[in-house]
Ligand binder design. Structure first.
Ligand code: ATP
Length: 234
């Protein structure tokens, strides 16, 4: 891909002596939706943490929007235009929905995402803007976590396990908003264990297996057999 928005190149990442990523490479183009799939412990969250600046690779490089961010700290990565929707939502429980959204906008860049725009995307949040984040349903909490990330006006949105713990109908409802988000010019990386959902939403798919890229392919035309082989190593 010539000049992608994000290029991860041969990244190795460690927790102490334990190596979680081995030479992982990935590219995301402007306006592209990329899915990263893989079993528990395959390294998906670690890859997102490296991109978001929450941990730094021991080897390899990460370039974003024309600059090197391999060792850029997380608060500066957000300013550069990458926002993370973390696994488990991590909303501030003592704050209202609206306060959580406003915190996401603290270091906001110029762009289309405002409180009004987030409420238009997720009307359920508008109705509950003044209630505590903990009073929301799981699906609404996920919407608030996505809204909080959008408030930073990122160029690249990283979504870690959006589906986790949510009913299928709620997951479908949240994924139905993805085209509107991408329509605003964003690129998205979705980390998913729900492979069907990931394939439906993505242009391109990477599968990690024990910290290595086992599949790097356009989503269209991927067969169950190819995915199973990459996922389980069979
Ligand atoms: P999951 O779907 O369970 O979140 P994942 O694909 O996101 O899995 P990671 O969370 O990136 O996988 O974990 C990759 C490997 O790194 C696993 O073997 C995991 O046990 C290990 N690991 C993750 N976080 C830590 C940590 N803080 N300290 C030590 N090892 C860790």
């Amino acid at each position: 891909m010539p000049d992608p928005l994000l290029r991860v190149e041969r990244v190795d990442a460690f927790y102490g002596d334990f190596q979680a990523l081995f030479g992982v490479s990935l590219a995301v183009g402007a306006g592209q939706v990329v899915a990263v799939i893989g079993a528990n412990g395959a390294g998906k969250s670690t890859l997102l943490k490296c991109i978001a600046g929450l941990m730094h690779p021991r080897a390899g490089a990460i370039a974003f929007d024309g600059g090197d961010i391999t060792t850029t700290p997380a608060f500066n990565v957000v300013k550069r235009g990458i926002a993370l929707v973390p696994e488990g939502r991590r909303l501030f429980p003592s704050l209202t929905v609206e306060e959580n959204l406003l915190i996401g906008g603290e270091s906001r860049r110029l762009g289309p995402w405002t409180l009004a725009r987030v409420y238009a995307l997720f009307p359920a949040l508008a109705e509950r803007r003044h209630v505590a984040a903990t009073a929301l349903s799981g699906g609404q909490q996920q919407m608030a976590a996505i809204g909080r990330a959008l408030m930073a006006n990122p160029k690249l949105l990283l979504c870690d396990e959006i589906s986790l713990g949510l009913a299928p109908i709620v997951v479908r409802d949240i994924y139905a908003r993805l085209p509107e988000i991408v329509g605003e010019g964003l690129s998205v990386i979705i980390v998913e264990q729900d492979i069907v959902q990931a394939l439906r939403a993505a242009d391109h798919v990477y599968c990690l297996q024990e910290g290595r890229v086992a599949l790097d392919s356009a989503a269209a035309g991927l067969t169950r057999e190819t995915i199973a082989a990459a996922y389980f190593g069979v």
